[in-house]
Design a protein around this ligand. Structure first.
Ligand SMILES: Cc1cc2nc3c(=O)[nH]c(=O)nc-3n(C[C@H](O)[C@H](O)[C@H](O)COP(=O)(O)O)c2cc1C
Length: 175
């Protein structure tokens, strides 16, 4: 597990929770944090409705940056909010367009209250099929949590992952 050197945090956030977690990871590991933007307007009620529809019917969306050279990094933390039991379209798009071959990818997700670990395991398996190395993951529930509470949970999760010595095995943080 990288200490932070050669580590990059990538995330998408619609309402700030995943951003708080991503920044806490960056702070814990002293590494760069890069936001992925969805070019489709996801704000407000109609943004929520379009999100619910697109996550199933049109999971590939326009993103900024469209491509990213991740070759300087060994470890990528990749985070998304959960929309209808799936990653948000911006991160589904990253997973299908960015090249993570040879990288250790740590998936993380934020969700209001409910998400199945099997779902994140399926994303990890797809990454593995694409040549990514090991993939640990964690999910943070955001209901009734302040940004400071999210920050603390994220830092705890990073510590669990950093202490996990079994390279090549998946670890989940019961956050
Ligand atoms: C389109 C959409 C679908 C969502 N689906 C779920 C869901 O199935 N289960 C759940 O617990 N939360 C769901 N949420 C809530 C988000 O996962 C949760 O609010 C998360 O913290 C948002 O992260 P963000 O602030 O980084 O955007 C959904 C939110 C949106 C916008």
């Amino acid at each position: 597990m990288a200490s932070g050197k050669n580590t990059l945090v990538l995330y998408y956030s619609r309402t700030g929770n995943c951003r708080a977690v991503a920044r806490a990871i960056g702070e814990a590991l002293s590494c760069p944090v890069r936001e992925i933007k969805d070019l489709k307007n996801r704000s407000g009620f109609w943004g929520f409705i379009s999100g619910m529809i697109d996550v199933r019917k049109h999971p590939i969306t326009g993103i900024e940056p469209k491509a990213l050279d991740v070759s300087p990094y060994d470890t990528i933390f990749l985070g998304s909010p959960i929309w209808g039991m799936r990653f948000a379209p911006a991160i589904t798009t990253v997973l299908s367009t960015f090249d993570f071959a040879g990288k250790q990818v740590v998936l993380f997700a934020v969700v209001l209250k409910q998400f199945k670990q099997a779902k994140i395991d399926a994303y990890a398996q797809a990454l593995s099929a694409g040549g990514a190395r090991s993939h640990k993951s964690f999910v943070i529930k955001t209901m009734k949590k302040t940004p400071e509470m999210l920050r603390q949970e994220a830092q705890k999760a990073v510590a669990v992952i950093a202490n996990h010595k079994m390279q090549g095995h998946e670890a989940s943080c019961p956050c």
